[in-house]
Design a protein around this ligand. Structure first.
Ligand code: C2E
Ligand code: MG
Ligand code: MG
Ligand code: MG
Length: 293
């Protein structure tokens, strides 16, 4: 069963603690190797304006092309990278790659897109973060406001004072800050007010049942209202159905990400997607069903 299900990832069913430790060690060694041998790749998921349905940006999502195991998703290696101290190196690579790609698109006449990059807690706490971001923006000549970093609520809670000062510095650099998976963590309204963030992303667990679950509906409505009263852009993630899109459009949500528009795509496919869409940008999503990949 492990073979059928898990050929492409590390979620093997393992018999013992010992095996699990060994498995993690293997991932760790492979991951070091991956960084040196160009096995990481960024996929891009479009972010779309909720009303006009035009693409306004992309989120970079890292993938690992493992020579034996195939494509591995971040859920199966980001936490290992965090634990073994590789996350900063990996994160710096992601940042550089995403910014370079954005610059290439700008030079090649793609529509102006904002680029969102995920930061894990260890990266946010890294003393070199500001330097890395500054240097990356300078070398890739990204205009003010093009880069956005996605962080989670837990990052803000760990050391609020430090977080506020880091966020302020990032803001000076023209970097937007999105709170990812909003609603799943513990940030209080007070924190939201104090932190210079630019947008919140409603976690997809709330979006999922938006049309059937009254509680989720209430939460989504509240988050949109809260975001707007604090002058934040509200993004809904995990939109898979036209009905969800319509609900969010009616409620004045600002931006949408989800399989309804597109899965995260390798760079060439993303470019093609944007081109196709630009040619028929007024068209609504073509179908309510999500193709399996
Ligand atoms: P996230 O930042 O919340 O990213 C959204 C995840 O939801 C992505 O999974 C995306 O493929 C998936 N998704 C998007 N739309 C839909 C949808 O309509 N339905 C469903 N079911 N899923 C959808 P992915 O790429 O596997 O990434 C998982 C998480 O790994 C990300 O969650 C983020 O926290 C982390 N991650 C990804 N790339 C990086 C990275 O470069 N650095 C760091 N530190 N973390 C990363
Ligand atoms: Mg994200
Ligand atoms: Mg998210
Ligand atoms: Mg997430």
């Amino acid at each position: 069963a492990a073979k059928a299900e898990g050929r492409n990832n590390y979620r093997f069913f393992l018999p013992s603690m010992h095996e699990r430790v060994k498995e993690r060690k293997t991932i760790e060694e492979d991951l070091r190797n991956a960084l040196e041998h160009d096995q990481l790749e960024l996929f891009y998921q479009p972010k779309v304006d909720c009303l006009s349905e035009k693409v306004v940006g992309a989120e970079a999502l890292v993938r690992w092309n493992h020579p034996e195991r195939g494509l591995i998703l971040p859920g199966d290696f980001i936490s290992v990278a965090e634990e073994c101290g590789l996350i900063n190196k990996l994160g710096a690579w992601v940042l550089r790659e995403a910014c370079k790609q954005t610059q290439i698109w700008r030079e090649n006449g793609m529509p102006e897109l904002r680029m969102a990059v995920n930061l894990s807690p260890a990266q946010f706490q890294d003393a070199d973060l500001l330097r890395t971001v500054t240097r990356t923006i300078e070398t890739t000549k990204l205009p003010h406001g093009t880069l956005e970093l996605e962080i989670t609520e837990s990052i803000l809670m760990n050391n609020p004072e430090k977080a506020v000062s880091t966020l302020k510095e990032l803001k000076k650099l023209g970097v937007g800050i999105a709170i990812d998976d909003f609603g799943t963590g513990y940030s209080s309204l007070n924190y939201l007010k104090r932190f210079p963030v630019t947008s919140i992303k409603i976690d997809r667990s709330f979006v999922n049942d938006i049309n059937v679950d009254q509680d989720d509906k209430a939460i989504v409505d509240a988050v949109i209202g809260l975001g707007h009263s604090l002058h934040l852009a509200v993004v809904a993630e995990g939109v898979e159905q036209v009905e969800q899109l319509q609900y969010l459009q009616n409620k004045g949500c600002d931006f949408i990400q989800g399989f309804l528009f597109s899965r995260p795509l390798p760079v060439r496919d993303f470019e093609e997607w944007v081109r196709d869409r630009r040619e028929n940008h007024a068209a609504p999503p073509l179908s309510t069903s999500i193709p399996n990949d």
